[in-house]
Write a protein that binds this ligand. Structure first.
Ligand SMILES: [Cu+2]
Length: 118
């Protein structure tokens, strides 16, 4: 992205930028608009079994089964609650790390969310 590189060089050596413009240039590389991802529950399986996302993203859990399910973190740090057929719930992941979770109605249903830094 040559244009951005030129802008950054100007910011470093030009010395004419306003404080607001400089703050934007400093903040821009770290900015990560939270993206939404989806985990589909179908035939008693979370899909994908391992989902890798970035800190600050959200995950929507969608139940397509006739049976009710939950997505419940192993230590109940987060929980979608009961999802009936066609229902969904969105969970935000503000911290990096791996979250393993299961369904309280069918504890053999297991999966994980891997949250990485920006
Ligand atoms: Cu279940």
């Amino acid at each position: 992205m040559p244009a951005l590189r030129e802008a950054v060089r100007s910011a470093c050596f030009g010395g004419t930028l306003t404080g607001a413009a400089l703050a934007f240039l400093i903040a821009a590389p770290a900015a990560h608009a939270g993206e939404n991802h989806q985990v589909v529950i179908e035939r008693f399986v979370f899909s994908p079994a391992t989902l890798t996302i970035t800190r600050g993203d959200t995950v929507e859990f969608v139940n397509t089964d006739p049976a009710p399910h939950t997505a419940t973190e192993d230590d109940t740090l987060w929980d979608t609650g009961e999802l009936k057929k066609g229902q969904s719930a969105r969970i935000e992941f503000p911290d990096a790390g791996t979250s393993t979770y299961y369904c309280v109605f069918h504890p053999n249903m297991k999966a994980e969310i891997v949250v990485i830094e920006n």
